[in-house]
Ligand binder design. Sequence first.
Ligand code: F6R
Length: 248
Amino acid sequence: MRVSNEYTLRIVPTAADLARSAADVVSETIRDKPDAVLALPTGSTPLGMFTELARRARAGTTDFSRTRFFCLDEYLGVSKEDPNSLTGWLFREFFTPAGVSAAHVHTVPSEPADAEAEAQAYEDTIIRAGGLDLAVLGIGANGHIAFNEPGSARDSRTRVLDLTPESRDQAAAYWQGTFPAPSRAMTIGVGTLLDAAKIVLMASGEAKAGILHAALRGPISPAVPASLLRPNPEKLIVIADAAAARDL
Ligand code: F6R
Protein backbone atom coordinates (compact mmCIF):
# COMPACT_ATOMS: atom_id res chain seq x y z
CA MET A 1 0.00 0.00 0.00
CA ARG A 2 1.36 3.43 -0.93
CA VAL A 3 0.11 6.56 0.79
CA SER A 4 0.87 9.79 -1.06
CA ASN A 5 -0.22 13.33 -0.33
CA GLU A 6 -2.97 12.84 -2.94
CA TYR A 7 -4.47 9.36 -2.33
CA THR A 8 -3.88 5.90 -0.90
CA LEU A 9 -2.91 3.40 -3.59
CA ARG A 10 -3.36 -0.34 -3.16
CA ILE A 11 -1.89 -2.38 -5.99
CA VAL A 12 -2.99 -6.02 -5.82
CA PRO A 13 -1.89 -8.90 -8.06
CA THR A 14 -5.14 -9.97 -9.73
CA ALA A 15 -8.75 -8.98 -10.41
CA ALA A 16 -9.83 -11.47 -7.72
CA ASP A 17 -7.64 -9.66 -5.19
CA LEU A 18 -9.12 -6.35 -6.33
CA ALA A 19 -12.61 -7.75 -5.72
CA ARG A 20 -11.72 -8.83 -2.17
CA SER A 21 -9.87 -5.61 -1.36
CA ALA A 22 -12.76 -3.39 -2.49
CA ALA A 23 -15.26 -5.66 -0.71
CA ASP A 24 -13.17 -5.23 2.46
CA VAL A 25 -13.58 -1.45 2.31
CA VAL A 26 -17.35 -1.85 1.94
CA SER A 27 -17.56 -4.41 4.77
CA GLU A 28 -15.44 -2.24 7.09
CA THR A 29 -17.57 0.83 6.32
CA ILE A 30 -20.73 -1.07 7.27
CA ARG A 31 -19.17 -2.67 10.31
CA ASP A 32 -18.28 0.82 11.60
CA LYS A 33 -21.63 2.32 10.59
CA PRO A 34 -24.39 -0.23 9.87
CA ASP A 35 -26.73 2.39 8.38
CA ALA A 36 -24.00 3.82 6.11
CA VAL A 37 -24.98 5.45 2.80
CA LEU A 38 -23.23 3.94 -0.22
CA ALA A 39 -23.13 4.88 -3.90
CA LEU A 40 -22.45 1.95 -6.23
CA PRO A 41 -21.33 1.57 -9.86
CA THR A 42 -22.17 -0.94 -12.55
CA GLY A 43 -19.77 -2.37 -15.12
CA SER A 44 -17.31 -5.22 -15.46
CA THR A 45 -14.82 -3.92 -12.86
CA PRO A 46 -17.02 -4.23 -9.74
CA LEU A 47 -18.58 -7.59 -10.68
CA GLY A 48 -16.18 -9.63 -8.53
CA MET A 49 -16.65 -7.24 -5.60
CA PHE A 50 -20.43 -7.66 -5.80
CA THR A 51 -20.13 -11.46 -5.95
CA GLU A 52 -17.89 -11.38 -2.89
CA LEU A 53 -20.19 -9.00 -0.99
CA ALA A 54 -23.25 -11.12 -1.79
CA ARG A 55 -21.33 -14.17 -0.52
CA ARG A 56 -20.48 -12.33 2.71
CA ALA A 57 -24.12 -11.26 3.11
CA ARG A 58 -25.31 -14.87 2.72
CA ALA A 59 -22.62 -16.08 5.13
CA GLY A 60 -23.76 -13.46 7.63
CA THR A 61 -20.33 -11.81 7.86
CA THR A 62 -21.49 -8.52 6.32
CA ASP A 63 -24.92 -7.25 7.29
CA PHE A 64 -26.58 -4.92 4.78
CA SER A 65 -29.94 -4.86 6.55
CA ARG A 66 -29.57 -1.22 7.62
CA THR A 67 -27.36 0.04 4.78
CA ARG A 68 -28.78 2.58 2.35
CA PHE A 69 -27.78 2.61 -1.31
CA PHE A 70 -27.73 5.08 -4.18
CA CYS A 71 -27.16 3.98 -7.78
CA LEU A 72 -24.55 6.19 -9.46
CA ASP A 73 -26.03 6.59 -12.90
CA GLU A 74 -28.60 5.45 -15.45
CA TYR A 75 -29.35 5.79 -19.14
CA LEU A 76 -32.21 8.11 -19.97
CA GLY A 77 -35.21 6.50 -21.59
CA VAL A 78 -34.35 2.99 -20.36
CA SER A 79 -36.88 1.57 -17.91
CA LYS A 80 -35.72 -0.45 -14.89
CA GLU A 81 -37.25 -3.55 -16.47
CA ASP A 82 -35.18 -3.17 -19.65
CA PRO A 83 -32.28 -5.68 -19.82
CA ASN A 84 -29.91 -2.75 -20.48
CA SER A 85 -30.91 -0.79 -17.39
CA LEU A 86 -28.00 -0.08 -15.03
CA THR A 87 -30.43 -0.10 -12.12
CA GLY A 88 -31.72 -3.51 -13.20
CA TRP A 89 -28.11 -4.68 -13.48
CA LEU A 90 -27.36 -3.64 -9.88
CA PHE A 91 -30.40 -5.55 -8.64
CA ARG A 92 -29.43 -8.68 -10.61
CA GLU A 93 -25.75 -8.64 -9.71
CA PHE A 94 -25.87 -7.39 -6.16
CA PHE A 95 -29.01 -6.22 -4.37
CA THR A 96 -31.06 -9.36 -5.00
CA PRO A 97 -28.31 -11.95 -4.35
CA ALA A 98 -27.23 -9.99 -1.24
CA GLY A 99 -30.82 -9.87 0.05
CA VAL A 100 -30.88 -6.04 0.11
CA SER A 101 -34.38 -4.65 0.53
CA ALA A 102 -35.51 -2.56 -2.47
CA ALA A 103 -36.82 -0.06 0.10
CA HIS A 104 -33.17 0.76 0.93
CA VAL A 105 -32.17 1.42 -2.69
CA HIS A 106 -32.45 4.83 -4.33
CA THR A 107 -32.52 4.59 -8.10
CA VAL A 108 -31.62 7.29 -10.62
CA PRO A 109 -34.77 8.44 -12.45
CA SER A 110 -34.46 7.11 -15.98
CA GLU A 111 -37.69 8.41 -17.48
CA PRO A 112 -38.06 11.81 -15.81
CA ALA A 113 -40.87 14.13 -16.81
CA ASP A 114 -38.71 17.05 -15.65
CA ALA A 115 -35.05 15.92 -15.72
CA GLU A 116 -33.67 19.00 -13.98
CA ALA A 117 -36.14 18.83 -11.11
CA GLU A 118 -35.72 15.08 -10.65
CA ALA A 119 -31.90 15.36 -10.73
CA GLN A 120 -32.10 18.03 -8.03
CA ALA A 121 -34.47 15.81 -6.04
CA TYR A 122 -31.97 12.91 -6.23
CA GLU A 123 -29.21 15.22 -5.00
CA ASP A 124 -31.48 16.44 -2.18
CA THR A 125 -32.25 12.84 -1.18
CA ILE A 126 -28.52 12.15 -0.81
CA ILE A 127 -28.15 15.24 1.37
CA ARG A 128 -31.19 14.28 3.48
CA ALA A 129 -29.68 10.80 3.96
CA GLY A 130 -26.70 12.58 5.55
CA GLY A 131 -24.45 12.46 2.47
CA LEU A 132 -22.49 9.52 1.09
CA ASP A 133 -20.31 7.59 3.53
CA LEU A 134 -18.69 5.72 0.67
CA ALA A 135 -18.70 6.16 -3.10
CA VAL A 136 -17.42 3.13 -5.02
CA LEU A 137 -16.29 4.01 -8.53
CA GLY A 138 -14.89 2.47 -11.68
CA ILE A 139 -13.05 4.45 -14.32
CA GLY A 140 -14.16 4.70 -17.94
CA ALA A 141 -11.74 4.37 -20.85
CA ASN A 142 -12.00 8.15 -21.28
CA GLY A 143 -11.53 8.82 -17.56
CA HIS A 144 -15.20 9.24 -16.71
CA ILE A 145 -16.39 8.50 -13.17
CA ALA A 146 -20.03 7.50 -12.87
CA PHE A 147 -21.20 9.17 -16.13
CA ASN A 148 -19.27 12.39 -15.51
CA GLU A 149 -17.77 12.66 -18.95
CA PRO A 150 -14.67 14.69 -19.90
CA GLY A 151 -15.49 18.37 -19.43
CA SER A 152 -17.45 17.75 -16.21
CA ALA A 153 -16.83 20.41 -13.59
CA ARG A 154 -15.36 19.65 -10.19
CA ASP A 155 -18.47 21.10 -8.53
CA SER A 156 -20.98 19.38 -10.82
CA ARG A 157 -24.06 17.85 -9.21
CA THR A 158 -26.59 15.21 -10.21
CA ARG A 159 -27.69 16.04 -13.74
CA VAL A 160 -28.47 14.81 -17.23
CA LEU A 161 -25.68 14.89 -19.77
CA ASP A 162 -24.80 13.71 -23.27
CA LEU A 163 -22.61 10.64 -23.46
CA THR A 164 -19.40 10.88 -25.46
CA PRO A 165 -18.90 8.63 -28.50
CA GLU A 166 -16.42 6.56 -26.41
CA SER A 167 -18.99 5.91 -23.70
CA ARG A 168 -21.68 5.14 -26.28
CA ASP A 169 -19.32 2.61 -27.89
CA GLN A 170 -18.64 1.11 -24.45
CA ALA A 171 -22.41 0.80 -23.87
CA ALA A 172 -23.05 -0.51 -27.39
CA ALA A 173 -20.66 -3.41 -26.78
CA TYR A 174 -23.09 -4.75 -24.15
CA TRP A 175 -26.32 -3.50 -25.65
CA GLN A 176 -29.19 -5.95 -26.16
CA GLY A 177 -32.39 -5.38 -28.10
CA THR A 178 -33.70 -3.46 -31.00
CA PHE A 179 -33.30 0.21 -30.15
CA PRO A 180 -29.82 1.77 -30.24
CA ALA A 181 -27.81 2.51 -27.08
CA PRO A 182 -29.00 5.84 -25.65
CA SER A 183 -27.01 9.02 -25.95
CA ARG A 184 -28.01 10.60 -22.63
CA ALA A 185 -27.71 9.61 -19.00
CA MET A 186 -28.35 10.96 -15.53
CA THR A 187 -25.38 10.80 -13.15
CA ILE A 188 -24.40 11.79 -9.65
CA GLY A 189 -21.98 14.73 -10.07
CA VAL A 190 -18.27 15.05 -9.37
CA GLY A 191 -18.99 17.48 -6.53
CA THR A 192 -21.50 15.03 -5.02
CA LEU A 193 -18.83 12.31 -5.13
CA LEU A 194 -16.18 14.60 -3.64
CA ASP A 195 -18.49 15.25 -0.68
CA ALA A 196 -18.45 11.53 0.20
CA ALA A 197 -16.60 10.65 3.41
CA LYS A 198 -14.63 7.99 1.51
CA ILE A 199 -14.11 7.24 -2.18
CA VAL A 200 -12.86 3.99 -3.66
CA LEU A 201 -11.69 4.11 -7.28
CA MET A 202 -11.27 0.64 -8.81
CA ALA A 203 -9.31 -0.17 -11.96
CA SER A 204 -8.74 -3.57 -13.50
CA GLY A 205 -6.92 -4.81 -16.58
CA GLU A 206 -4.32 -3.56 -18.98
CA ALA A 207 -6.87 -1.58 -21.00
CA LYS A 208 -7.20 0.82 -18.02
CA ALA A 209 -3.43 1.29 -17.46
CA GLY A 210 -3.09 4.40 -19.61
CA ILE A 211 -6.15 6.23 -18.31
CA LEU A 212 -5.37 5.30 -14.69
CA HIS A 213 -1.91 6.77 -15.13
CA ALA A 214 -3.43 9.93 -16.63
CA ALA A 215 -5.93 10.15 -13.74
CA LEU A 216 -3.33 9.71 -10.99
CA ARG A 217 -0.15 11.19 -12.44
CA GLY A 218 -1.37 13.60 -15.12
CA PRO A 219 -2.70 17.12 -14.69
CA ILE A 220 -5.78 17.56 -12.51
CA SER A 221 -8.26 18.55 -15.18
CA PRO A 222 -11.89 18.11 -16.28
CA ALA A 223 -10.38 16.52 -19.42
CA VAL A 224 -9.85 13.42 -17.25
CA PRO A 225 -12.71 13.52 -14.70
CA ALA A 226 -11.14 10.87 -12.43
CA SER A 227 -8.18 13.23 -11.90
CA LEU A 228 -10.61 15.64 -10.18
CA LEU A 229 -10.76 13.21 -7.26
CA ARG A 230 -7.20 14.40 -6.38
CA PRO A 231 -5.72 15.65 -4.17
CA ASN A 232 -7.69 13.83 -1.53
CA PRO A 233 -5.35 12.00 0.86
CA GLU A 234 -7.97 11.60 3.60
CA LYS A 235 -10.70 10.15 1.40
CA LEU A 236 -9.45 8.60 -1.81
CA ILE A 237 -8.42 4.94 -1.94
CA VAL A 238 -7.35 3.71 -5.38
CA ILE A 239 -7.35 -0.06 -5.77
CA ALA A 240 -5.80 -1.39 -8.96
CA ASP A 241 -4.74 -4.83 -10.10
CA ALA A 242 -1.21 -5.22 -11.41
CA ALA A 243 -2.31 -4.96 -15.04
CA ALA A 244 -4.11 -1.64 -14.53
CA ALA A 245 -1.22 -0.35 -12.37
CA ARG A 246 1.38 -1.22 -15.02
CA ASP A 247 2.36 2.39 -15.69
CA LEU A 248 2.25 3.71 -12.13
C1 F6R B 1 -21.19 2.76 -14.39
C2 F6R B 1 -20.14 3.71 -14.04
C3 F6R B 1 -19.00 3.88 -14.97
C4 F6R B 1 -18.08 2.66 -14.97
C5 F6R B 1 -16.95 2.81 -15.97
C6 F6R B 1 -16.06 1.59 -16.02
O1 F6R B 1 -22.20 2.74 -13.41
O2 F6R B 1 -20.23 4.35 -13.04
O3 F6R B 1 -18.26 5.02 -14.64
O4 F6R B 1 -17.56 2.49 -13.68
O5 F6R B 1 -17.47 3.05 -17.24
O6 F6R B 1 -16.79 0.50 -16.52
P1 F6R B 1 -16.16 -0.95 -16.56
O7 F6R B 1 -15.98 -1.38 -15.16
O8 F6R B 1 -17.20 -1.78 -17.28
O9 F6R B 1 -14.87 -0.87 -17.31
